[in-house]
Ligand binder design. Structure first.
Ligand SMILES: C[S@@+](CC[C@H](N)C(=O)[O-])C[C@H]1O[C@@H](n2cnc3c(N)ncnc32)[C@H](O)[C@@H]1O
Length: 287
């Protein structure tokens, strides 16, 4: 990066990318954290935006939570690249995530998709390169699908995004992906229903006045089971277990919450992997 600051004027759901960057960079700056991400620090230092005034000087719990979530996605991408080293990763709502630099195997092709105002900022900070590019396009617009080379495997990820879309729109997106990318996987995270309800009531507010936009839905075990019915080509829906973080909250409480049915529904992070089967036509083609 050239030392110049890029102005970031985002609001609403687009601004949430600065919130996640703030907390991920906070985790990355701390040597005791579980996340190594020097690029996130480089990016945040190049953005002209009052991070501390808007989001506070640092909530260590959120920072650890973002570190665990990022590492969970990194593990999913690495798992995919082991089987498909030349595959394509599509990151919906990629914002200012620097995951490409954490997991790059030198061969993966990467397509980031985000709303035009965020994609434009991302391209100024992280310009397109031969194996990594950003498309200004809503995740709900099928235009991005035309840009995906599916010949060597596809992994679609949506980190911290689907909760900002209505649930029926999410179902239509998963349905479209299942039809368009047989054999691919879709990994996404959602908050629990109680947390989404809290943002919807405007209960989550920062002293400086920042109020995160409402999360429109939260995951429940019934929701997750219901995903099977979204498209006949959905072969499996699995809960992804988060990697262990640091400290009491993310090192002990979060993993424990996943094991105890009585408190599982209150877990702050739910990561789900949906696998699409190969249709008869594609099985024939691949034989
Ligand atoms: C909480 S941020 C997460 C950003 C990034 N994935 C991360 O984890 O740091 C949510 C992102 O979703 C993007 N987003 C929201 N609605 C979208 C849509 N319909 N299409 C594409 N991106 C969207 C926002 O612009 C924002 O960048």
């Amino acid at each position: 990066m050239d030392g110049r600051k890029r102005n970031a004027e985002l609001d609403g759901v687009a601004e949430t990318t600065l919130w996640t960057l703030h907390h991920r960079a906070l985790a990355a700056r701390n040597p005791g954290s579980a996340l190594t991400d020097p690029k996130a620090i480089e990016v945040i230092d190049a953005v002209d935006y009052p991070f501390e005034r808007r989001f506070g000087t640092g909530n260590w719990g959120f920072a650890q939570g973002m570190a665990v979530r990022a590492r969970c996605y990194d593990r999913e991408v690495r798992r995919f690249l082991k089987d498909h080293p030349d595959g394509t990763v599509v990151s919906l709502g990629e914002g200012l995530e620097t995951q490409f630099w954490r997991v790059d195997n030198g061969r993966v092709r990467w397509l980031g998709v985000d709303l035009p105002e965020v994609a434009e900022l991302r391209r100024r900070l992280l310009p397109d390169a031969p194996r990594h590019r950003t498309l200004p396009c809503s995740a709900t617009d099928s235009r991005w699908m035309d840009e995906v080379d599916a010949s060597r495997g596809v992994l679609i990820i949506a980190q911290g995004m689907l909760m900002y879309l209505p649930l029926d729109v999410v179902h239509r997106l998963i349905e479209a992906c299942a039809a368009r990318f047989p054999g691919a996987e879709f990994v996404f995270d959602t908050p629990p229903a109680w947390m989404a309800a809290r943002t919807a009531r405007g209960r989550w507010k920062y002293p400086a006045g920042y109020r995160p936009p409402p999360m429109l839905w939260g995951m429940t075990p019934a929701h997750r089971r219901g995903l099977h019915a979204v498209h006949p080509n959905i072969a499996a829906v699995r809960a992804v277990r988060e990697p262990r973080g640091r400290g009491f909250l993310c090192g002990w409480l979060l993993p424990l919450a996943g094991l105890l049915p009585a408190i599982r529904a209150r877990k702050p992070l739910w990561v789900t992997r949906v696998s699409f089967g190969l249709t008869e036509h594609h099985q024939g083609v691949n034989r």
